[in-house]
Structures are given as structure tokens and as C-alpha cells.
Design a protein around this ligand. Sequence first.
Ligand code: SF4
Ligand code: SF4
Length: 409
Amino acid sequence: MADTTHGTTGSSIAALADQCVMCGLCLPHCPTYRLDRHEAESPRGRISLARQLESGQLPASAATIAHLDHCLGCLSCQAVCPSQVRYDDILIQTRALLAPMRPRPGLLARWLSRPGLLGRLGAFSAAVSADRWLPGLSRLFPGGSTLRRLAAETPRAPAPIPRWRRMPKPDPVRGRLTLFPGCVASVFDRDSLAAGRQLLEALGYEVATPQEPVCCGALALHAGESQQALATAQATTRALEACGASTVLVSASGCIGSLRDHSLRGSALKVADILGFLAADPAIETLSFRPLPGRAALHLPCTQISAADGAGPIRALLNRIPGLELLELPAQPRCCGAAGRYFIDQPERADRLRSERLGQIVELAPDWTLSTNVGCRIFLGNGLRQTGSKVPILHPLTLLARQLEFAQP
Ligand code: SF4
Ligand code: SF4
């Protein structure tokens, strides 16, 4: 029997599901329950389905699999559960249980859970400006295909890496830190990573980055590919340990939980949200930021709340920019629909979630939208363009580094 427990606590689905007291407190926080008002589209319903599937009480019918596949993996349920149910482990194990029952995924679908290939695909797409011609070409393909959807949502070429003045090497160095580049983020989040490095170096840290491709493993784990996830975790652990720092800082909120709780489980490396780290560093008081009159809408990805350090550090850091007004977006619908590869696999549901969030942004009419998740930025950015909006969508780190007083070219 396939090992379905890699990257989890190793407890069976039944043991994990027993923690759930069926109170239903998570239901109002679940985006898919909000879409359908159907018990099987709720965390409680899915936990029950997973338990029955594992025990064989319930056959793996198309309807049951669909309810489980509709889960975004946003973990909004886990964040509010008073019984501390490890929903993440239940989901990963259930998807691994279902993996052998599914048809073998196509080449493109397999690429989408492999970090090295995904990074190269992103780099190729950016190099040939695929966002300009692929959507038109995709109309030649039959509707609903993975390629068609991927083509329609091809990210714009990544923002150029800003040419900030290189910080002088700190003397003495306050410490060595590793900055986690990720797979998709290493291509489409280059500006945020450069901004993170700039801020850390301004605070006197030496910043290391891994020499080999690294990935948090979320895409493989949530696709039920436990062997692929294991191989990714081993390679990533080796590459991060070789950096020679004890703390790995992550700027992409979607990577933090998978890296900390799954891929690096058992490693001595500490994983931290770079925004929480910066906000907590007393030396942040020594940095000054140029005024920026304008309004920024803060989109809080579900992973920023469920796995990273939440909104507090982001607000504290952005409040250091004089003149910047922060606008709050409503908590609901919590997830914008991007959710790893969910926007490709479940396009209709993803678009319903995105549409609600886009409406909120357009109504606020900010000068910038800020989000810590690269997937959200790509998906919402595409949506904003489709509505004709010109509101730029950035990582909060990018705005901070742009305004850093002595880091300008
Ligand atoms: S997952 Fe937690 S919050 Fe949701 S029904 Fe179970 S015990 Fe209650
Ligand atoms: S992970 Fe998100 S979508 Fe899935 S059950 Fe929990 S709250 Fe709902």
C-alpha cells in the first residue's frame, strides 16, 4: 500500500478525524461552504467523507472525489478550529489515498507539481512574452483543457528586478539568514525577493540564497503525489542546509506552512515569515522611508492568516511609510481562488471567488493592491486587467524597499 503519510504527523485519517467534535464553528470561515451552503463542501463534511473513504464505508465515487477536490487547502478552517484539528494532514493523506484511483495525469498536469520544471516553464513563458500570444493561440484548443486555462491565466512577465544600490557589506554582520526563493516565486516574485534582500541588508544581515532549485512542496502534497513531495522535501532540505544559516525567511505566504510543517519537518532549520521577522527586529527603527501619499488596499491571502504571521507585521511595517493610507478589504471571501493550481483545476469555482474579491478592490479604487502571495498576485492581477483596471498589485516588501530612504539608485 502506498505511503500516504509523508510530510504529516503520521497519524491515520481516522485518528486525525477523531479530533473533530463536529461543532461546525469552522463552517462560516470556509470559502467553499460559503459558495454552496452544502455540508459536503464544508470542512466538517470533508472530514467525515475522508474518514468513511479510508475505512471503506464509502466508495470513492465521482461526487465524493469532487467534494474533496473542491477544497482550496486554504486552512481557514484549521486556523479557527477550537479542537486544533489537523485538517491539513487529513487533506494531504486523503488526496494521497485517492491518487492511485485517479487517471494518470497528463504531461502538463505532472509538470505543474514539479518545481524545477515549473520554474523553467515560468522562465520560458516570461522570456518569450507568452502572455501576449498564448491566450490567442489557446482559442484553437477545445474548451476546458488545462492548457487553455493556463494560457488564459498566463502571468505577465515578471516585474524587472529593481536596480537598487547594493548595501555595503555590514560590519560587523548581525547574522546570516537564508532567503527562500521558491519555484514559481523564483521567477515571478524576483522583485519581492530583491526587496526582501535589500531590507535585510539595510538592517545589517548577510543574506544567503540556495544554489539549487527549492520548493516548499505544497503543489505535490496537495495533488496527492507523496513520492514527488518526499523527493522535493529532501532536495530542498539539502539545499537550504547548505546555505549555512539557521533561519530560513520566506516572503511568499503560500510556501510558509508547507515548508515549515511538511518539507522541513524534522530539520533543525527554523522557518519564519520575513514580514514578522522584519517587524520584530528592533533595528527597524534605524531605517527611514520616504513619504508616499496614496492609498493601498491590503489583500490578506488565506495562507498569510493560517500559516504566516497574519496582518499585524505587514500593517506595522507599512505604517512606517509617511503618507501611505492602508485600506482594509473585507475578510470574506478569504480565498481569491488561486490556491496553488486550483485556478487551473477548478476554473469556474476559482473565478466566482476571484470575482467577489475584484469587485471589492475596484470599489475601493486604491492606488496599489498589496498581497504577500505570488499566486494571488498573478491571479488577481490578471483579473484586474480583464476588468480594465490599472491598479498595480505588489508584494508589501516591494513598496517598502522602494521607499527605503538610502536604498535608491
Ligand atoms: S474541524 Fe474543528 S471547528 Fe470544524 S467542526 Fe471539527 S472541531 Fe469544529
Ligand atoms: S481548507 Fe479552506 S476550502 Fe478546504 S475545508 Fe478548510 S476552509 Fe474550506
